[in-house]
Ligand binder design. Structure first.
Ligand SMILES: [Zn+2]
Length: 409
């Protein structure tokens, strides 16, 4: 007798995503900061759906929602996140969660599949309180002191927020060694690569690491009128020259994937009639290869040495964040590609992820894989973020088939 529950249902995927969009709706997107009322209502909605997939749901002491199975056989962990950036899109996060839910609904009741898909919605992927606090807690990388220190941009502590939503004092779920064969996450691409080449599935090879630097210039603060140009030690001017030199010299040593950004410049004291005595820039580089970053960092240090030797200002470079690029499992990449042949006419491409995702955290303790679906116009972190319904359904079908292949080994 056919079992209706084990049929893939694209209309159900779209309906679920639209239900999540209606919770905390903002224009065509959503506004669901971590632990906001719409975020918690979204978690409760998911908790009510998980039993349909044979999973028991629990929200832990940091706001992670996990659906666990008692079915025998291998377990695949699958998910993404349900909170959003402020006034942002409807798919960043929920797409991966609903795909995981659909895979669990299709696969878990199927007696022909040995094993189960377990579903996770990781808390605070968007970093309202910290950096990947939910998934990092699950892999054992968040201490109680880290939670004590976490606060959002309004100054509200994470402790207070957890208490406000009734999660204070709950235990935090931790990964059980050996329980999962790996972690699979789907996400919108948030870029133009798929759409511009007419492809439907991005098979993620790696997730970039982020390295950050504080570059500080010291000169001499003085009068902007009476100090002759030849006598100046203008820290602001030295900074601007250095910024231009970075753009001139890094291309010779970077990889095709390297990107760099000066996100903030501060001049001290920062007044129109005072020559800055001090200037600071926050500089970031992203790549999936630490060796590339190492040689770029060497270049930055030799450029700084040149500045210090020539004067008239001095410069110091301090690394304030060290990246951890994550390689995605080769087996997971093959499974996504094979599933794309079945359900996306093979229109897939291997690509790296230039944005961070929970999969990079899970990859530190288990094999991990990610797949992307196209983003219309490459727009994300904005309420107009969108993906064609047909592409959402194609991606969901590929995702469910990938889960089936991974569980089959
Ligand atoms: Zn996301």
């Amino acid at each position: 007798m056919p079992d209706n529950r084990s049929q893939f249902d694209g209309a159900r995927v779209l309906a679920d995503l639209n239900t999540l969009r209606s919770i905390g709706a903002y224009k065509t997107g959503v506004h669901k900061p971590t632990f906001s009322e719409p975020h918690m209502r979204s978690l409760e909605w998911l908790a009510r759906r998980l039993p349909e997939a044979g999973l028991s749901a629990a929200i832990d002491g940091i706001g992670n929602l996990l659906g666990t199975s008692t079915k025998a056989g291998p377990k695949l962990l699958a998910g993404s996140h349900l909170e959003s950036q402020n006034f942002a899109g409807w798919l960043d996060g929920p797409l991966g969660v609903v795909y995981a839910l659909e895979a669990a609904r299709v696969i878990n009741p199927d007696p022909n599949v040995n094993g189960a898909v377990e579903v996770a919605a990781w808390c605070d992927e968007e970093g309202h309180f910290g950096s990947f606090l939910g998934s990092r807690s699950y892999v054992g990388d968040v201490t109680e002191a880290d939670i004590d220190a976490a606060r959002d941009s309004s100054g509200r502590t994470m402790r207070q927020a957890l208490s406000d939503v009734g999660l204070a004092g709950r235990a935090r779920a931790k990964a059980e060694r050996g329980r999962h064969i790996g972690y699979l996450e789907a996400h919108i691409e948030q870029g133009l690569a798929l759409e511009s080449s007419g492809l439907k599935i991005g098979v993620v090879t790696s997730i970039v690491g982020i390295w950050q630097y504080r570059i500080t210039f010291s000169g001499e603060q003085n009068h902007a009128g009476t100090t002759r140009m030849a006598d100046r030690r203008d820290a602001g001017l030295a900074l601007v020259r250095f910024g231009v030199a970075i753009d001139d010299r890094l291309p010779a040593l970077c990889s095709p994937r390297t990107v760099w950004t000066t996100g903030r410049i501060t001049l001290d004291p920062g007044a129109p009639s005072i020559i800055p005595g001090r200037a600071e820039m926050l500089f970031q580089m992203r790549d999936d290869d630490p060796a590339v970053i190492a040689r770029l960092e060497d270049l930055l240090q030799s450029m700084a040495a040149e500045v210090n030797a020539q004067g008239p200002c001095s410069v110091a470079i301090e690394r304030i964040r060290t990246g951890a690029p994550a390689m995605m499992s080769a087996g997971f990449q093959q499974a996504i590609e094979a599933a794309s042949l079945d359900f996306a006419s093979g229109r897939s491409v291997r690509m790296h992820s230039a944005a961070g995702h929970d999969a990079q955290i899970l990859a530190t303790i288990m094999p991990a894989g990610m797949m992307f679906v196209p983003s219309i116009g490459g727009i994300s972190h904005h309420w107009s973020e969108n993906t064609d319904d047909a592409d959402i359904v194609t991606g969901a079908h590929v995702y469910v088939e990938t889960c089936r292949r991974l569980l089959a080994g």
